[in-house]
Design a protein around this ligand. Structure first.
Ligand code: XIL
Length: 361
């Protein structure tokens, strides 16, 4: 985006969100997004929305899409091999329904959040049955509610040393690289209308060699899946950004997005937040730096017409897993999200609104 357009866009975002103290009257990022070929959403934990009416109002006013931050992972759904526990997941689905938001399912296959019994019992002779049964049961249950699924999460890990760059996860160990195709086909069979996503991190920065290389590996993987007509519809770029790095979201990222779009895939920003664990300064200074990352990253991402969705990983600093995953040494609360712990919009919310407003309608 040219600098002048960007200034206008940021000013528009500023005027949209400045001076709004009360969450209920904050103009909606979803309403803005929907006018610019985008869906805006956030990941939530059901308990936070249920116990906190002000937060529920903020989510309702801002989000056209809701993602279960943890409730649809195996760890939450599968207390034992023969049991499904849909309590938390059903509550997230109910919240989406009540709020009139779409639901996105996260995630059907991941090397983390695996229950102990699964890690222990997964073998070549039972893995395919376990995988298909899980995907069929879960995807069918939310068919008509969940518009999309992260079918496989974080499948690429070049450090694991395979020539194809695939992560040597318990699923890969049991089933080989075919587990990806098996998972996508099972999800598609269970709900042919759902959009199916491969989701990953470490694709964002141009100045990090391993990420630049990971883009190449990801493209090869996507090309293979598309060539074999595996039902995959989108790539999720997580967007866990790092506040103390340079915002190097430049030409390399642009070219990567073009290449992904060239395969006929959509692109989602799927888990956006900015880690301010190591950003020095007052809250106001940190908020400006965090907002700059939101702005610069989204300028590059939203410039590509294939990007159809922006999801933040949480919505307010009141509820963010960064609090325990990435705490600050000085003990100050982390501030990674668009709304602060009082649910008021931060510069990051204005940056988001500004870049969205500047996108071609
Ligand atoms: C995180 C959740 O936010 C935490 O609450 C949980 O303890 C661990 O998982 N990439 C992903 C997400 O795909 O599922 C992760 O979510 C964050 C990194």
């Amino acid at each position: 985006m040219p600098a002048a357009t960007r200034r206008t866009a940021l000013a528009a975002g500023l005027s949209l969100l400045t001076g709004v103290a009360c969450a209920a009257s904050t103009p909606s990022l979803e309403a803005l997004a929907s006018r610019h070929r985008l869906v805006f959403g956030a990941a939530i934990e059901p308990g936070d929305v249920e116990a906190d009416p002000d937060f529920a109002r903020l989510v309702r006013s801002q989000c056209g899409l809701i993602v279960a931050e943890n409730a649809l992972k195996w760890m939450a759904l599968r207390p034992s091999p023969d049991r499904f526990d849909f309590d938390a997941a059903d509550r997230v689905a109910a919240i989406a329904r009540v709020q009139g938001a779409r639901l996105h399912g996260h995630c059907l296959v991941w090397h983390e959040a695996m229950p102990d019994w699964l890690r222990r019992d997964l073998r070549p002779d039972n893995a395919e049955r376990l995988l298909i049964e899980h995907i069929e049961t879960v995807v069918r249950r939310y068919a008509g509610t969940a518009v999309s699924w992260d079918v496989v999460n974080e499948a690429v890990e070049r450090n694991d040393g395979r020539p194809d760059g695939l992560r040597v996860s318990p699923w890969l160990r049991a089933l080989g690289p075919a587990y990806l195709e098996t998972a996508f086909r099972a999800a598609h069979a269970a709900d042919p209308a759902a959009r199916l996503v491969l989701n990953d991190y470490g694709l964002e920065y141009d100045d990090e060699t391993w990420m630049v290389e990971k883009r190449g590996t990801m493209l090869d993987l996507l090309r293979g899946l598309v060539r074999r007509r595996v039902p995959i519809h989108a790539l999720g770029v997580q967007g866990h950004l790092i506040g103390h790095r340079a915002p190097a979201y430049g030409r390399g990222l642009t070219e990567f997005l073009r290449a992904v779009a060239g395969l006929g895939l959509e692109i989602h920003v799927s888990e956006l937040d900015v880690d301010d664990q190591k950003v020095a300064g007052t809250a106001a200074v940190r908020d400006r730096i965090v907002a700059e990352h939101y702005a610069r990253f989204l300028e590059t991402m939203l410039h590509d017409p294939a990007v159809s969705r922006v999801v933040t990983w949480g919505l307010s600093d009141r509820y963010t897993s960064k609090t325990f995953l990435s705490p600050r040494a000085d003990g100050a609360p982390v501030r990674p999200l668009p709304f602060d712990a009082d649910l008021a919009p931060k510069p990051a919310a204005r940056a988001l609104a500004g870049v969205i407003a500047g996108r071609r309608a």
